[in-house]
Design a protein around this ligand. Structure first.
Ligand SMILES: NC(=O)c1ccc[n+]([C@@H]2O[C@H](COP(=O)([O-])OP(=O)(O)OC[C@H]3O[C@@H](n4cnc5c(N)ncnc54)[C@H](OP(=O)(O)O)[C@@H]3O)[C@@H](O)[C@H]2O)c1
Length: 265
């Protein structure tokens, strides 16, 4: 399998790194983008082939990854002409539907995915959907790319906006939470660096525990909350500030915004 990248930015770099780690030889990867300097950096860092021509990258690949910004999508796909015919096209572009991509690349078999920023370290929570034209072999090829970014789930296309609201935007909510936990630690008397490390490990450990126990989060929360104790005092403040409701509404609002943006594109 040969891979062609349209776009040489942050996400393309993360996926290339993941492919190389999963032992795809650099010789099977070609990257195209408008900025020579960005291409040279990638070629120098990873030993991949580069090209100023999207058409050439698409022609030489079996699976083409569309890694451009939403407003660059039409130009990138139009410049490929018929070179996308018969190819698998995997788009990571938010808000571009399978239908809108198929209008721009009618000869390609198309899948789209919504990774998150943790793809840069192979820890993304990614959801994806496929057009009906994908064969089981195509799906396996798509999944091998998604695996390089982290964990993945197939969803119906209409769920991708909800996915955007939860796991796409989710890292930002968690960073806000992390920032506040750290600040709380400092206000309670800890040095900032230690507060940050403790907060990060607390998030990491709590997430790992929730994943390993498979218990409902409410049960895990009860297990660490003794009546009248320290955690109960902290949780009471969160409930008074309606944090739970605010998080629920944050996911809903981001999902709604994703729908608005994708219908405007
Ligand atoms: N970052 C995230 O966490 C995240 C999460 C989910 C989905 N996404 C999606 O991933 C996509 C890429 O995001 P990113 O963060 O990697 O953006 P980025 O770093 O700005 O990369 C975009 C790349 O596209 C290149 N490009 C621009 N016009 C082009 C054209 N006509 N043909 C080929 N390449 C072209 C740019 O070239 P230059 O090198 O000249 O700038 C740049 O290398 C976006 O659509 C975004 O919605 C991102």
């Amino acid at each position: 399998m040969k891979y062609g990248f349209l776009g040489a930015g942050k996400m393309a770099t993360a996926i290339i790194e993941g492919l190389l780690k999963s032992e795809v030889p650099a010789a099977r990867i070609v990257v195209a983008g408008p900025e020579k300097l960005h291409l040279e950096k990638l070629s120098h860092r990873f030993g991949v082939a580069t090209s100023a021509s999207n058409e050439m990258a698409a022609r030489s690949a079996d699976l083409v990854l569309l890694c451009v910004k939403p407003n660059e999508t039409s130009a990138a796909l139009e410049s490929c002409g018929s070179s996308l015919d018969g190819k698998i096209l995997l788009s990571i572009v938010s808000g571009k539907t399978l239908h809108s991509l198929s209008v721009l690349a009618p000869g390609a078999r198309i899948a789209r995915c919504m990774p998150n920023t943790a793809a840069t370290i192979g820890e993304s929570a990614t959801a994806y959907c496929c057009s009906e034209s994908l064969t089981s072999g195509d799906r396996a090829a798509v999944e091998s790319v998604l695996r390089c970014m982290g964990a993945f789930w197939e969803v119906p296309e209409h769920s991708l906006d909800a996915v955007t609201g939860l796991s796409g935007s989710g890292p930002a909510y968690v960073f806000l939470f992390l920032e506040a936990l750290t600040e709380g630690g400092v206000k309670a008397g800890l040095p900032a660096a230690l507060a940050r490390e403790l907060a990060i490990q607390t998030l990491r450990g709590a997430a790992a525990l929730a994943a390993s126990e498979g218990l409902h989060p409410a049960i895990l929360r009860e297990m660490v909350t003794s009546p009248g104790g320290t955690t109960a005092a902290g949780l009471l403040e969160l409930e008074n500030a309606a944090v739970r409701g605010a998080l629920i509404r944050a996911v809903e609002a981001a999902a709604l915004r994703a729908t608005e943006l994708s219908s405007a594109r």
